[in-house]
Design a protein around this ligand. Structure first.
Ligand code: NAD
Ligand code: IPM
Ligand code: MN
Length: 346
């Protein structure tokens, strides 16, 4: 028998609502010989207002002992933008070296896509998670004067690029289509762009079976909408990957379905699983949030922990649930969670 030590950070807004459903489905899917021991962490806007803390070092230390982390969402209109996003979410991604930010884009059968026809969309974005413009490498000068300056300098290391590019090639090699697309903007961001392109080409030489492609990020947004079936695995920088994966969510049935994993492949620190969406203040507290993205993130987590059959069970349950949605009345967050839990248990 096995016990999974799961750290849970529901966070803000709908994060609280969707994580409850994710845990419901997790409990229902686990086999009798596998227990889950959850520790819930009160982090986010409430904690920040009460204590001024976003992520205390003591909590960070404790989280190191978890097998995985499940996170809902962070960010709240009552807290200045960036405080929780950087001080909690990005702090976790950086501290635990989550350099593979894995974001599948899959159009499940029967799901209404805003795209014409029903394109065959099944790709995965490997978004670099620890570098790029996200590192906080910048500052301001002459604040409040007409000469004010702000910089936000993208950091790109050969080490950081190579490890995520290698991960993406390995994933492409393991998939039937064996295709990898590098997305960047090497026609303008020439310094980082050349480094990404050169490393991509070097690693490509070790993967003769993987066919490769390159797109500038602006053109990639065209093809996400007009020809999404052309993508298999995509590897890209942190910020491009952020933007592309909201677009990917939109073309595969909506942000309420998009799952992600922040992976530390070495296992040195726990990986973290979360929906791609945020705290959605516009619908928080109303039971309107779709918990499916979180449930699919739980599946990614089980896959990562080697519980492959259970992950597949969740995917099938979601597929069956989604196929029945068209033409039926909308359900609440907990109704969807209950339905998915019943399916995986049955
Ligand atoms: P958002 O993803 O929270 O919301 C965008 C739109 O999508 C909203 O209309 C929202 O109602 C809808 N939506 C999101 N999730 C949904 C779900 N599960 N079901 C149905 N509809 C859903 O993005 P935003 O409005 O740009 O950001 C809100 C806050 O969340 C900000 O503070 C932002 O920084 C934060 N944020 C956090 C994360 C994260 O924790 N990983 C991700 C994105 C944004
Ligand atoms: C996401 C979010 C985060 C990001 C923010 C909240 C830091 O948009 O997970 O996609 O930009 O990575
Ligand atoms: Mn985002």
């Amino acid at each position: 028998s096995r016990t999974l030590r799961l750290a849970v950070i529901p966070g803000d807004g709908i994060g609280q609502e969707v994580v409850a459903e994710g845990l419901k489905v997790l409990t229902a899917v686990l086999p009798a010989d596998t227990k889950v021991e959850t520790t819930e962490y009160d982090l986010g806007a409430r904690r920040y207002h009460a204590t001024g803390e976003t992520l205390p070092d003591s909590v960070l230390e404790e989280l190191k002992g978890a097998d995985a982390i499940l996170l809902g969402a962070v960010g709240d209109p009552s807290v200045p933008s960036g405080v929780l996003e950087r001080g909690l979410l990005l702090k976790l991604r950086f501290a635990f070296d989550h350099h593979v930010n894995l974001r599948p884009g899959k159009l499940f059968p029967g799901v209404a896509s805003p795209l014409a026809g029903s394109p065959d969309i099944d790709f995965v974005v490997v978004r670099e998670g620890t570098e790029g413009p996200y590192v906080g490498n910048g500052g301001t000068l002459r604040t409040g004067t007409p000469q004010e300056v702000a910089t936000e300098v993208s950091l790109n290391t050969a080490f950081g690029i190579e490890r995520v590019v290698r991960d993406a090639f390995a994933r492409a090699q393991a998939r039937p289509r064996k295709k990898l697309t590098l997305v960047h903007k090497n026609n303008v961001l020439v310094h980082a762009g050349r480094l990404w392109t050169r490393i991509f080409e070097q690693v490509a030489a070790e993967y003769p079976e993987v066919s490769t492609d390159y797109l500038h990020v602006d053109a990639a947004t065209i093809f996400f909408v007009t020809q999404p079936e052309r993508f298999d695995v995509i590897v890209t920088d942190n910020l491009f990957g952020d933007i592309l994966t909201d677009l990917a969510a939109a073309v595969t049935g909506g942000i309420g379905l998009a799952a992600s994993g922040n992976i530390n492949p070495s296992g040195e620190f726990p990986s973290m699983f979360e929906p791609v969406h945020g705290s959605a203040p516009d619908i928080a507290g109303q039971g309107k949030a779709d918990p499916t993205a979180t449930v699919l993130s739980v599946a990614l987590m089980l896959q990562h922990l080697g519980l492959t059959a259970e992950a597949a069970k969740i995917e099938s349950a979601v597929a069956a649930d989604l196929a029945e949605r068209v033409g039926n009345p909308a359900r609440s967050t907990s109704e969807i969670g209950d339905a998915l839990a019943a399916r995986v248990a049955g």
